[in-house]
Design a protein around this ligand. Structure first.
Ligand SMILES: Cc1cc2nc3c(=O)[nH]c(=O)nc-3n(C[C@H](O)[C@H](O)[C@H](O)COP(=O)(O)OP(=O)(O)OC[C@H]3O[C@@H](n4cnc5c(N)ncnc54)[C@H](O)[C@@H]3O)c2cc1C
Ligand code: FES
Ligand code: FES
Length: 470
């Protein structure tokens, strides 16, 4: 209860007396492991990347994650490697050797690149190098070409590589955990508590005992608040080790993904089977963030500019909510009850996301942001369309960034149904969708710009469905 024990670079370590809001990055650096750097403390630069051992079938895999967004208590019972753990004695790791051939100048970003590269280096069945693995790492001086060259020069890990051998064994089973820092055996004054239940039953008991507890899944929203706005919670409840929140199933009538499934886990499992999600994944932050960010976390914040809600609204998703009183299923559009508010009752959490089958044959996702990659959307729109003999049989339009909550464009949808899917109809529908919402002005975009985007994105969707033009 008063200590956090885990494996760090293959050695057992114990942390005591730490505030439960302490990030892994700040703790590592306090221990003298200063290879991991702090560039931003909000998941943008990747200089703090570390390797976390995660389950992978019978064995395990390395996932690179931002240690600035990882809370120290969440590591209890887990295995983590930092850049210091990669070299074997005086022999540099192959990834470090490769980066030395021109991939580093000031070196500030280098440990983060090395860690992200190492995660990809050890990926099972790797064929070549997936440069997307480096999407969360920024370099201000070297330029990315030499770094890509370093990545592309990597061969396969040799048989005797101790880290590769580690991946053939499973991750240790994690136990439920309650952490409250102590000094000399007595609890510290108001430090907060951290609970990590491993079943729904334990979760509900914890939430009954602590009704105002802060839920933490991947932490990629919450720990940014902790770092940048000094947000603190008396009780934090970690959802990341509850198997009932991580289920994945594909039935004849729906696809169900647990709310605790990370974006990378969902992407690997789906293998392209939901094209709208295939378009969405790479536009969401970086691999480092997607290794931690969960589906449920993107819905639970009820942010009007979260990217998943528009996609799921177009897919007509339902949410399975679970709480002490049992399970209920709600349509996603009725889940958001106001600006950053949801219909979740006391002690209730999102258990899973359910997407009905069959999927609409034509679908696209568009994210309008200041940068094409790794940015928050100004407007996001997802379209799912079913045509019958050139006419709109059904259409679902999910939108973000144009109202206090993510929304469906019901009026525009109703206007389109039954009409021919041609430029005349779409031109008229663009007028309808522009009038349907009253977006706000903010630093990301003016109301007029957002309104204009609504019409433009509808035209774009039409232009990109030429095979069905009539
Ligand atoms: C660098 C960076 C880039 C980002 N880019 C994007 C982006 O491109 N698009 C985008 O939409 N977001 C983006 N985000 C925001 C964030 O990554 C996502 O919202 C993510 O999905 C949150 O998931 P999480 O598990 O990390 O949430 P957490 O931070 O763990 O949780 C957020 C909140 O969600 C609630 N919650 C979590 N799980 C549940 C559950 N099962 N039931 C009920 N409530 C729950 C809790 O209230 C919790 O406090 C970015 C964040 C960062 C730091
Ligand atoms: S310090 Fe920049 S991503 Fe962690
Ligand atoms: S080498 Fe200087 S930031 Fe990358």
């Amino acid at each position: 209860m008063g200590q956090i024990s885990f494996l760090l670079n293959g050695q057992t370590v114990r942390a005591t007396g730490e505030d439960p809001h302490t990030t892994v990055l700040s703790w590592l650096r306090q221990q003298g492991l200063t290879g991991s750097k702090e560039g931003c403390a909000e998941g943008e630069c990747g200089a703090c990347a570390v390797l976390l051992l995660r389950p992978d079938g019978q064995g395990s895999r390395f996932e690179a994650v931002n240690s600035c967004l990882l809370l120290l208590p969440s590591l209890a019972g887990q295995e983590v490697w930092t850049v210091e753990g990669l070299a074997q004695g005086n022999t540099l790791h192959p990834v470090q050797e490769a980066m030395l051939q021109g991939g580093s100048q000031c070196g500030y970003c280098t440990p983060g690149f090395v860690v992200s590269m190492a995660a990809e280096y050890y990926r099972r069945d790797r064929d070549g190098f997936d440069l997307e693995a480096l999407s969360g790492n920024l370099c201000r001086c070297t330029g990315y070409r030499p770094i890509q060259d370093a990545a592309n020069s990597l061969g396969q890990p040799p048989q005797e590589d101790s880290l590769a051998r580690r991946l053939t064994a499973p991750v240790p089973a994690v136990k439920s955990m309650e952490y409250c820092p102590e000094t000399n055996g007595s609890p510290v004054q108001s430090p907060g508590r951290y609970y990590r239940p491993i079943s729904l039953k334990e979760l509900f008991q914890t939430l009954t005992d602590h009704p105002t507890a802060k839920l933490v899944a991947g932490g990629t929203d919450w720990v940014v608040e902790v770092n940048q706005r000094f947000a603190r919670a008396e009780v934090q409840v970690d959802l990341s080790q509850i198997p009932d929140l991580k289920t994945l199933s594909w039935t004849d009538v729906y696809v169900e993904m647990g709310a605790g499934v990370t974006l990378c886990e969902a992407e690997r499992w789906l293998q392209g089977r939901i094209p709208l999600l295939v378009e969405w994944f790479p536009l969401f932050a970086s691999r480092l963030i997607r290794n931690r960010a969960t589906l449920g976390g993107n819905l639970g914040t009820a942010s009007p500019i979260g990217d998943l809600p528009p996609v799921l609204l177009a897919l007509q998703a339902e949410l399975v909510l679970v709480g002490p009183a049992g399970v209920r299923v709600v349509n996603l559009q009725s889940f958001f009850s106001g600006y950053r508010q949801t219909v979740l009752g006391p002690g209730e959490v999102i258990q899973a996301i359910r997407i009905p089958l069959p999927l609409a044959p034509l679908a696209r996702f568009y994210k309008v942001a200041k940068r094409p990659m790794d940015d928050i959307s100004t407007v996001a729109a997802a379209f799912a369309l079913h045509l019958e003999k050139g006419r709109v049989q059904s259409i679902q339009i999910g939108l973000g960034g144009v109202a206090p909550t993510p929304v469906r464009a019901y009026r525009t949808e109703a206007f389109l149904v039954g009409r021919p899917w041609d430029e005349r109809t779409v031109g008229a529908a663009a007028e309808v969708i522009r009038a349907e919402f009253k977006p706000i002005d903010d630093h990301r975009g003016s109301a007029a710009y957002r309104t204009a985007m609504l019409g433009s994105l509808l035209h774009k969707f039409h232009a990109e469905t030429p095979e069905v033009r009539v």
